[in-house]
Design a protein around this ligand. Structure first.
Ligand SMILES: Cc1cc2nc3c(=O)[nH]c(=O)nc-3n(C[C@H](O)[C@H](O)[C@H](O)COP(=O)(O)OP(=O)(O)OC[C@H]3O[C@@H](n4cnc5c(N)ncnc54)[C@H](O)[C@@H]3O)c2cc1C
Length: 259
């Protein structure tokens, strides 16, 4: 018998309602855009491993799967959720199959999307250190904000590694957090290709992590790094070198059944 049901991995048709450019395309910078979509109204469209958008826990690193036609569902962090709409923020890679498709969408177009759990849980404690590599800030900043809002973290330090300052965005959001939490939130930039006052220069290494993250009580420190798999593995190794064994010191370790 042939099933007429839509497979769960196609998600539900989701309409693009706004496109905002955060980093314009330039010879030395890949563009970054935010796409705002209307949340599909009918939750019954989600089955199997697909979750409704309203159940995506941004603070636990859950993702939205964007179903790229003729390709596959690709993961993106939900960079914000509001009444009836959600955002993804993405970098457009040269010849990127998924990012290229997203970049070519026009307001009013529809594509399949669904929510998916990252299968992680939160490790509580008084110090949070976040390390974002490039566009990894799309997960790190919303998680850092959620940690500040929760209140048990006395200090949240966010280190953002970029090529140059012109590759960065969300300065207004970062300033708002600094103003709202002057004693609890600290932001540090490290730039690999630009000397700039007030910013660290070079690449992340264990000594630098030890210098940037200085918890009063080391046993309370929890870390999140977001970037490519290789960058995250490398960062975990560096944290272990400076005596923060992982996943004991992970902010969002994988839950048992998702390992
Ligand atoms: C859990 C999770 C969350 C994610 N969240 C986001 C997000 O919020 N925003 C976002 O922009 N992306 C995010 N990504 C990455 C995203 O899923 C795609 O991998 C990315 O958009 C590239 O896909 P593509 O098909 O366009 O590029 P591909 O066709 O896979 O690659 C095209 C070219 O770009 C290069 N490239 C691809 N990815 C990277 C990279 N990360 N860094 C440097 N070069 C690269 C490739 O080497 C290749 O040369 C996330 C990934 C995961 C696993």
């Amino acid at each position: 018998m042939v099933s007429t049901e839509t497979p769960w991995w196609l998600g539900a048709p989701t309409k693009l309602i706004k496109k905002t450019t955060l980093v314009p395309a330039a010879p030395n910078h890949l563009p970054v855009h935010t796409l705002t979509f209307a949340i599909p109204k009918d939750d019954s469209a989600f089955s199997g491993r697909a979750k409704p958008h309203s159940e995506v826990a941004i603070e636990l690193g859950d993702v939205v799967k964007m179903v790229i036609p003729g390709y596959k569902p690709k993961s993106y962090s939900m960079s914000a959720i509001r009444d009836g709409e959600f955002d993804i923020t993405f970098k457009v890679y040269p010849n990127g199959r998924a990012s290229g498709f997203l970049d070519r969408l026009n307001v009013g177009d529809e594509m399949g999307t669904f929510g998916m759990t990252a299968g992680r849980h939160r490790n509580p404690g008084s110090f949070v250190g976040c390390i974002a590599f490039g566009v990894g800030i799309t997960e790190c900043l919303p998680v850092a904000q959620a940690e500040l809002e929760k209140g048990d973290a006395e200090k949240v330090v966010l280190l953002w590694a970029s090529r140059t300052m012109a590759d960065t965005f969300w300065h207004d959001k970062i300033e708002d957090l600094k103003k709202k939490y002057p004693d609890r939130f600290q932001m540090a930039h490290i730039l690999s290709r630009e000397e700039r006052q007030g910013c660290l220069k070079g690449r992340i290494n264990p000594e630098l992590l030890d210098q940037v993250f200085q918890p009063e009580d080391r046993s309370q420190a929890r870390f999140l790094s977001v970037g490519t798999k290789e960058m995250m593995r490398m960062t975990d190794k560096m944290l272990e070198e400076i005596d923060y064994p992982m996943p004991q010191h992970a902010l969002l370790p994988k839950s048992q059944k998702h390992r």
